[in-house]
Design a protein around this ligand. Structure first.
Ligand code: P53
Length: 479
């Protein structure tokens, strides 16, 4: 019997990053250009990530934070050593597609790219850290966007499958946990990041998004099939940007809208975890005149190759209303939410709700009954380092502590099945939403500012030592 208040033996404690937000080295060793590289900081950022404006190259007058990011490409040994010092059992990272296939549609991969990740995985195993690999984290080769229109095009399936086959074959024995698409529901909110989509004048944007979603969902099923064929030890997960919607009042109309909002996200996991399109989606498509092209083989794939586990990010809960007069929205998040008067917000307007994590864990468990993995959670905050780079980030510790307690309650009081927990941005990195460096999540401070200045020096924050104790005590250090 596991002691109450501790996590199960073998629980995968760790941290998470994504290639484009930390690696930098955007044009080294044969790497091709990707959508994430050409997303600038500046007034056009939102229009670009939502596919409303095309900007396919680097333009004068903009700063592109992903080009250098925190240069983890050259610092990974130092960074992994720091993760190991905290006692990480797992490290979630993503593959930059364009390191492996610079254009995306080549038959043969780029050896330098494959060798880079092989080294990185071996470095993790040196310390007993299990890699958890996101195959695509908001990235898509620019060549595939220019030539094929990104995931709106069915050819993407072949290119993605080629990438997966290459990765599963090369990293057999080195990687066991895979995620097919980061925050797959983000396709609805930021389709350029989620699926390399730029809209044409006058087209039905929802139709395009759901067609692209279908391609990604089938691609995810094919990846699961191939992963199991290549190595039965492989475990493949889907990945959702989660956070339960609450009704703004007890008015049934508000409850209804909250349920509909949740369904927009659960739609994806309903397919990946249960193996078929839910009726509510089919009915809605019918009403809206959305017609998705799909074959009988596609539907068989979806049915036969569901995921092994369900992973998700959780930062905040959300609030929905059916009352058109209520318009008090939170700031700074792609998910629309009414302000919740019972919650405090982060400096970026994200509402802090640890109990919401327990609620979300239970909602997902009730719906799917598959093992879960929290692969992102954390607080984006401004840090002020002293002259040694030390940050006394008690606010971050408080956030994480409360969320770990909520997770513990979900395990011990509610009985959900949870494989692990990786905090987002375990080392400071570039924000996906805003492109800022100053929206920091890390246990490790990186000396770099929003304009790209700084020595890139790494230093340990107060939370570094705190997390080390949490892992070493399997959370007994948290009361
Ligand atoms: P940033 C919005 C809402 C929820 C999750 O976000 C999101 C986003 C995108 O901004 O994305 C995930 O950096 C994503 C990470 C991202 C992290 O949340 O905007 O998987 O790439 O960095 C935090 O503060």
């Amino acid at each position: 019997m596991t002691e109450r208040g501790q996590f199960p033996e073998g629980f995968l404690w760790g941290g998470a990053t994504a290639a484009n937000q930390c690696e930098g080295a955007y044009n080294l060793d044969g790497r091709g250009l990707a959508n994430v590289d050409v997303v600038p900081i500046g007034p056009d950022r939102e229009a670009i990530i939502t596919g409303q404006k095309k900007m396919f190259s680097f333009e004068e007058g903009y700063f592109y934070p992903a080009k250098e990011a925190i240069d983890m490409y050259h610092h990974y040994k130092e960074d992994i050593a720091l993760f190991a010092e905290m006692g990480f059992k797992t490290y979630r990272l993503s593959i930059a597609w364009t390191r492996i296939f610079p254009k995306g549609d080549e038959a043969e991969p780029n050896e330098a790219g494959l060798a880079f990740y092989e080294d990185l995985f071996k470095e993790c195993h040196k310390y007993g850290i299990e890699p958890l690999v996101t195959i695509t984290h908001f990235d898509c080769p620019m060549h595939l966007i220019r030539e094929y229109g990104g995931w709106r095009n069915r050819h993407m399936l072949d290119f993605y499958v080629n990438l997966c086959r290459t990765l599963f074959t090369r990293y057999k024995g080195l990687v066991k946990y895979w995620l097919t698409f980061n925050e797959i529901n983000m396709i609805l909110h930021a389709p350029f990041l989620g699926a390399g989509i730029c809209f044409e004048e006058g087209e039905n944007q929802e139709q395009v998004k759901y067609q692209a979603a279908h391609h990604e969902l089938v691609a995810s099923a094919m990846a699961t099939k191939i992963a199991h064929e290549i190595d039965p030890e492989n475990k493949v997960g889907c990945m959702l940007a989660a956070g339960q919607y609450y009704p703004n009042t007890a008015h049934p109309r508000d409850y209804w809208v909250a349920m509909e909002e949740d369904r927009k996200s659960y739609f994806f996991i309903d397919v990946q975890a249960r193996g078929k399109y839910p009726n509510y989606a089919k009915k809605q498509w019918e009403r809206k005149g959305i017609e998705i092209e799909m074959t009988a083989e596609d539907l068989d794939l979806l049915k036969n190759y569901t995921v092994d586990f369900v992973s998700f990010s959780y930062y905040a809960s959300r609030v929905a209303t059916g009352d058109p007069e209520v318009r008090d929205l939170t700031a700074g998040n792609v998910f629309t939410s009414i302000k919740n008067p019972y919650l405090k917000s982060s400096e970026w307007g994200w509402q802090i709700d640890p109990l919401g994590l327990r609620i979300t864990l239970n909602a997902i468990w009730d719906r799917y009954q598959k093992p879960m993995f929290i692969v992102e959670n954390g607080l984006g905050a401004m840090d002020t380092p002293d002259e040694n780079g030390y940050v006394a980030d008690d606010y971050r510790i408080a956030y994480l502590e409360a969320h770990i307690q909520a997770m513990r309650d979900a395990i011990y009081q509610d009985g959900v099945d949870l494989l692990g927990y990786t905090t987002w941005g375990c080392i400071d990195l570039v924000s996906a939403g805003t492109g800022e460096m100053n929206k920091r999540y890390g246990f490790i401070y990186v000396d770099r500012d929003n304009d790209g200045h700084g020595s890139l020096k790494r230093s340990k924050k107060k939370s570094f030592y705190w997390y080390k104790d949490v892992i070493a005590s399997n959370s007994a250090s948290i009361k």
